[in-house]
Design a protein around this ligand. Structure first.
Ligand SMILES: [Zn+2]
Length: 98
């Protein structure tokens, strides 16, 4: 998996977890209109989702500097090279800026 694809997957995972979390926190949902064991279960799950998002952000931060390191060592063939929407040349395989 290239760094770019890994970051794409992490972003997608974070987005999904934040959507689920927002749904659970919706004040209109029946579990937020009362106080019982379901409410505390939902709160626990919301905290778990938030922790997951923070872990994913930490992993993403570790991947980002890798993109810059690969700038020097990209040895992929020209067919892997492309131009991003901002007009910069990059490698589709390792995401290095060229
Ligand atoms: Zn490359």
């Amino acid at each position: 998996m290239s760094v770019k694809k890994a970051i794409w997957a992490i972003d997608l995972l974070m987005e999904n977890k934040q959507k689920v979390k927002a749904g659970m926190l919706d004040p209109e949902k029946p579990w937020n209109c009362r106080e019982d064991c379901v409410t505390s279960l939902v709160r626990t799950e919301v905290n778990n989702l938030q922790n997951d998002v923070e872990w994913l952000q930490a992993i993403k931060r570790q991947l980002l500097p890798e993109q810059h390191r690969t700038k020097i060592v990209c040895r992929h063939p020209k067919k892997d090279h492309d131009i991003d929407p901002d007009g910069r040349k990059y490698c589709m395989n390792c995401n290095a800026n060229l």
